[in-house]
Design a protein around this ligand. Structure first.
Ligand code: ADP
Length: 447
């Protein structure tokens, strides 16, 4: 079935990103939006738009039946879920298929398996992928948790099987903390995800977060597009990402890429996906797989020159991957800074009107943002308003270019994370690429 009209079931910069890929492929677009997003850039640019409800996402972007109705009314053939919202909702993927529409994403069974982190870990063990040492599946009682933790060795991390966005994750330094950690992780997970299954993992002290991008078509072709290093995080949320990782050499990145591609081929996976690992002392440990496009996908696009969204849409329409593993090459270095509308000290969201807006430009600079001068950031959604991505022939050139691009960027008078990024790119550890997942929190505690 070929795709001619795509409904974009998302908002903000990713809705615009998907619209851009569609236009370059000659496809028509439908934007769905809440009442708060009537003036959004993707809504203005799309060929058609449909308002699907009031501002809260539970009343709009998460309303499956309204989105499907919008696709039927406008005659769209396919739905792109972007990231967040319904992108990893297996039930939504099934509903889309049941209405003879194409879901631009993996099969619902794969979304389901990978959304259950305990099942995902087991699937990886079976596929020969190295995982973080941990409990043997769910720990159902405090007694079981204590037994498992003793075997693993403290500190341990209690993690929710249904978890995401860092929620339902609690650290226990010693056995004394374990009971509280298990209880709070369970309560948090039950409230956020309606499921309180938790498991234990060894808490790694100084790992990097390194993730591998994969893509698979329905003809059995699977490629990996190497890694992204997303170790600069605050509260388990990524802030700054780069590709390739300064910690790996070419042989290491080819090896882990091949392991991931083999595992993905074994599952019969379809579409784009990311396998996330922690990397410490030369070893990789799987933590989870995301069955969707990631926020940080542009760094991979910059170093491989592959348009991941375009490929994603082509594959969903039944086409073969437009490249083979051998045809892929890594060129230069790319870094992405997430620009959030937030207070620089409290990190609280800082919505409001953007009065001044100047986008950086010049060689090797890409700004993925749906913001513009006069844009009112609604208070109802995530605080990310864009991503600045730069490419250079070397990491050093990339860092120098990032500094000047950050200096050119003006977004005001609202508070943004631009100043934090301006400071980060002056730090010796960042310049040297020497950091782990706790680096940013240590840095913020100090400053
Ligand atoms: P979520 O789905 O909630 O984002 P992840 O499993 O992807 O959870 O983990 C998010 C982040 O939490 C990781 O990038 C890492 O910083 C930290 N983390 C996860 N597991 C461990 C672990 N076993 N040891 C240390 N840090 C961890």
């Amino acid at each position: 079935m070929s795709i001619e009209k795509v409904l974009i079931a998302n908002r903000g910069e990713i809705a615009l990103r998907i619209h851009r890929a569609c236009k370059e492929m000659g496809l028509a677009t439908v934007a769905v939006h809440s009442e708060a997003d009537a003036d959004a850039m993707a809504v203005r640019l799309a060929d058609e738009s449909v308002c699907i409800g009031p501002p809260p996402s539970s009343e709009s972007y998460l309303k499956k039946s309204r989105i499907i109705a919008a696709a039927e009314i406008t005659g769209a053939d396919a739905i792109h879920p972007g990231y967040g919202f319904l992108s990893e909702n297996a039930q939504f993927a099934e509903m889309v298929e049941a209405h003879d529409l194409i879901f631009i994403g993996p099969k619902s069974e794969h979304i389901k398996t990978m959304g259950d982190k305990i099942a995902a870990k087991q699937a990886m063990i079976d596929a020969g992928v190295p995982v973080v040492p941990g409990s043997d599946g769910e720990v159902a009682s405090i007694g079981e948790a204590k037994k498992a933790a003793k075997k693993i060795g403290y500190p341990v991390l209690v993690k929710a099987s249904a978890g995401g966005g860092g929620r339902g994750m609690k650290l226990a330094m010693t056995e004394k903390d374990l009971e509280t950690a298990v209880r709070t992780a369970k309560t948090e997970s039950k409230a956020a995800f309606g499921d309180d299954a938790v498991y234990l993992e060894k808490y790694l002290q100084k790992p990097r977060h390194i993730e591998i991008q994969v893509i698979a078509d329905s003809h059995g072709n699977v490629c990996h597009l190497w890694e992204r290093d997303c170790s600069i995080q605050r509260r388990h949320q990524k802030v700054f990402e780069e590709a390739p990782s300064p910690a790996l050499n070419q042989a290491q990145r080819d090896d882990i890429g091949a392991i991931v591609a083999r595992a993905v081929a074994k599952f019969g996976y379809l579409g784009v996906g990311t396998m996330e690992f922690l990397y410490e002392d030369g070893e990789f440990y799987f933590i989870e797989m995301n069955t969707r496009l990631q926020v940080e996908h542009p760094v991979t696009e910059m170093v491989t020159r592959v348009d991941l969204v375009r490929e994603q849409i082509r594959i969903a329409g039944g086409a073969k991957l437009s490249f083979s593993q051998e045809e892929l090459t890594l060129v230069g270095h790319a870094i992405e800074c997430r620009i959030n509308a937030e207070h620089p000290e409290t990190f609280m969201p800082s919505p409001g009107v953007i009065e001044e807006f100047h986008a950086p430009g010049g060689p090797g600079v890409r700004l993925d943002s749906a913001a513009y001068a006069g844009y009112r950031i609604p208070p109802h959604y995530d605080s990310m308003i864009g991503k600045l991505i730069v490419h250079g022939r070397t990491r050093n050139e990339c860092v120098m270019r990032l500094r000047r691009a950050l200096d050119e960027t003006i977004i005001g008078p609202i508070h943004t994370s631009l100043d934090l990024h301006r400071r980060l790119v002056q730090e010796q550890d960042i310049i040297n690429g020497e950091y782990d997942i706790h680096w940013l929190e240590r840095y913020l505690d100090k400053s």
